[in-house]
Design a protein around this ligand. Sequence first.
Ligand SMILES: [Zn+2]
Length: 287
Amino acid sequence: MRLGAHTSIAGGISQAISRAHADGGRSLQVFTRSARGWTSPPLLEAEALSFRRQARAGALAPIAHGSYLVNLATEDPLLRERSVSAVVDELQRCAALAIPSLVLHPGSHPDVRTGLRRVARALDDIHARTPGLRPRVCLEVTAGQGNCLGWRLEHLEEILLRASSPSRLGICLDTCHLFAAGYDVSTRPGMTAVLDESIRRFGLRRIRCFHLNDSVGPLGCRKDRHAEVGHGAMGLRGFRALVNDERFRHTPAVLETPRPDRYRATLRRLQSLVQGPRPRPQRAPAG
Ligand SMILES: [Zn+2]
């Protein structure tokens, strides 16, 4: 895996690159604009160029996370239009920054079936407004807090089935959210089973990124509270299985915990779980 962390864009988005390097990352996640407001100053071309150049030079795989205000399932027409416009703007910023994936929580709605249908329609609107744009929305599995959709893998599959352009969509798996939603990814067999199920439902190539977080709450708590890897209810066994899974050898996987000063140590810890390639069994000489 290409391990990294969600990195601050304070002082300009290009500043995130040196922070990611300092943490020892091979990937990073950024917001492409303020995550807590509907408006944000335009992205300057010089800033975008600097980000692209530095990311390429440093062999860093960037991903982006969308605004927390967005709700693609909402029944409120004003919030829906704002949400669709915000995602369109973020996808355009991703294109300018050469970021291939924009991670998005599907949305929230009291009725699951209605909500999932509305998310698919909103994604169709977003795609209609961004013809030919390369970056993909990656739907993130959620912890299932409140009315949040997307806490069952079936929910994400349903959105893909209903969307008109599923080839323009990806998936992001968050370990804390899976665990909080009731998927026991704290063991090797548990993690492997969830990865197998995800590949069966979505296809390997659609799973474009991971969020590596431990969970403060226990299995199935339906609470979205991230703990540092190895410091929550999950322990390290599931993480060891994940970081050694050959199928995701090149996939970006980022920490999303509240202590950036701990990123470097946590990335080292995860790196230490990676086993070297197994020696090939020697064939007995013929004859
Ligand atoms: Zn996440």
